[in-house]
Design a protein. Structure first.
Length: 326
């Protein structure tokens, strides 16, 4: 098989591309480099500079490289930006996906893996979120991921494409320092950023109905997430038909306060956090049931939260040498 990985120069995509290549899969990447970094990829992985919105380019790339499966990660992913620019998010995340699926169907490709998100669930009042928990996204970003899943399944049924939608929970860490997340949109880099500036980390709300009053999340190491893609790709390559939608998390909750304390231990900077008011739209608790992934993909996470923070910190220091004051 030859896999096209869209968004493969991004934080998660580069981990996926490298993990699949390391296991002997033939992969190539398509990325518009809007937030991707080409040096995350080794020279052995071909990189096509282009957009998932460019149908002609997609058709040419799929044919020229005899692509037989697609892993689609290319998307815009910032919740606040999606609130400010909903049409752009629908155009790029849903429109780009529709253009890609059209090219996939025309090329007769029968395997498709879609990068979805726990954002599809919104704010469910459950201990563990299963794949049957009703979806009620709370941002245009989450809506585009849910609409994307519907589109993937509908195209799969119409064109005989076997599909997998992976709903990632909170992704953190790096397999190698140079692959680290360079954006400051998730909690781990946000806390690193505050500490590097000599400012106290911020906790938004400590009066939630959780054990220590701060929000509880399920963190997944990006290298484990890459392994989940490999497992899903192998399932598709092995002839699995129909569609599968599955959570990718550890099934364990960690509170924001616990995470900030751990970051203090790892970085050696134990500046006490500032508690600020709640942010609108933050769910008190979002923890995956990881049972279906284990059953269907024979996959479960192996790396813990300390390993995520330590590896993320090594990456942060590489990109922000001023952070390593010790
Ligand atoms: N990081 C997370 O915590 C998280 C959680 C859930 C889901 N996701 C999803 O995972 C995927 C990858 O996220 P990431 O964190 O690696 O973000 P990222 O911004 O690092 O990666 C996205 C990549 O896609 C590329 N891209 C964007 N739009 C494109 C387009 N139209 N055509 C071609 N390339 C395009 C970017 O240049 C970038 O390389 C996204 O679909 C995101 O929604 C991420």
């Amino acid at each position: 098989m030859t896999w096209l990985i869209t968004g493969g120069a991004g934080y998660i995509g580069a981990h996926v591309a490298r993990a699949m290549a390391a296991e002997g899969e033939s992969v190539l990447v398509l990325d518009d480099l809007s937030s991707g970094v080409p040096t995350r990829l080794p020279e052995s992985i071909p990189l096509v500079h282009g957009s998932s919105l460019d149908g002609r380019l997609l058709k040419r790339v799929l044919a020229e490289h005899s692509v037989t499966g697609v892993v689609h990660l290319a998307a815009r992913k910032q919740v606040a930006e999606s609130v400010a620019q909903p049409t752009r998010y629908y155009q790029e995340n849903v429109g780009g996906l529709a253009t890609l699926l059209e090219a996939v169907a025309e090329a007769g490709i029968e395997r498709f893996l879609f990068s979805s998100s726990a954002a599809v669930y919104g704010n469910p009042d459950v201990d563990l979120i299963t794949e049957d928990t009703p979806c009620a996204p709370m941002s245009p970003y989450g809506e585009t991921k849910l609409a994307g899943e519907w589109l993937v399944r509908a195209a799969g049924r119409a064109h005989g494409i076997a599909t997998v939608c992976l709903r990632y929970f909170n992704v953190a860490g790096a397999a190698e320092p140079e692959l680290a997340d360079t954006g400051v949109f998730n909690i781990v880099p946000m806390v690193f950023d505050r500490l590097t500036r000599g400012e106290a980390p911020r906790i938004f709300g400590d009066d939630y109905p959780t054990p220590d009053g701060t929000c509880v999340r399920d963190y997944i190491h990006v290298a484990d997430l890459a392994d989940a893609h490999l497992a899903a790709a192998r399932r598709l390559a092995g002839g699995a038909a129909g569609d599968l939608t599955v959570n990718v998390g550890r099934g364990e909750g960690v509170s924001v306060r616990e995470l900030v304390t751990l970051i203090g231990e790892v970085t050696g900077d134990t500046t006490a956090p500032l508690v600020e008011p709640r942010r609108p739209g933050d769910a008190p608790r979002a923890v995956a049931s990881a049972a279906l992934a284990e059953r269907e993909l024979d996959w479960s996470a192996r790396r813990g939260v300390r390993e995520m923070v330590e590896s993320a910190w090594r990456g942060w220091v590489l990109h922000h040498p001023e952070a390593n004051r010790g």
